[in-house]
Design a protein around this ligand. Sequence first.
Ligand SMILES: C[S@@+](CC[C@H](N)C(=O)[O-])C[C@H]1O[C@@H](n2cnc3c(N)ncnc32)[C@H](O)[C@@H]1O
Length: 204
Amino acid sequence: MFRIRYKLSQLSDKIKGVDFTTSVSCEAAGIFDVPGAQYYASSGFAPELKAALDYLKITPRDTILDYGSGKGGALKKLHQYPFGKVAGVELSASLAMICRQNLMRLHIDDIEIIVQNAIEFNDIDGFNYFYFFNPFGPEVLRKVLDNILESTSRIPRNITLIYNYPKYAEVFNQAGPFLLSKVFVDGARKINIYNLNREARLSN
Ligand SMILES: C[S@@+](CC[C@H](N)C(=O)[O-])C[C@H]1O[C@@H](n2cnc3c(N)ncnc32)[C@H](O)[C@@H]1O
């Protein structure tokens, strides 16, 4: 089933003159020696992502950052929901360039793409949603979750983390106050939703 959806998404890309879907190896994306970095694969056409986003009842006051946004597969889907802001941080300059071209082609001009290692990107106080489609290994994930916790110490707020293909879920459990609030399953594919509650954080 996944294979069919992948092919259909590629076909839809082709008709629109974009390329959100085709997977890219780390080497082809110019990523070498970055511990645990995952290759580019789009989650934008996955039904479990749609199910999760429908469930979350997004409002224009919500803002989301896609960690490892690649060619923008998920960004395109996130943009279909009423987020007040959608952004992505991506390590590969070449994937980010394809992403910008894709978005331009669809006349989407309000998604910000930052080309940086997620570990070093700290301008996150303005976000209350964070999306991860298995972008990196436990080492980087741990540091990124620390960055999010530090951000909530600076600006206390409720946070929702969407972890698609939660290969390193134990890192979320070890990181402290993230509560697993919902799980979406579609065959072998899975999305975990975690919440960080402002009140719980303030009383810690
Ligand atoms: C599985 S893809 C997810 C793509 C996109 N988020 C989606 O769901 O359609 C993982 C992406 O993370 C990027 N990545 C890996 N390590 C990274 C890091 N340390 N900082 C930023 N991006 C990274 C890869 O280049 C790749 O584009």
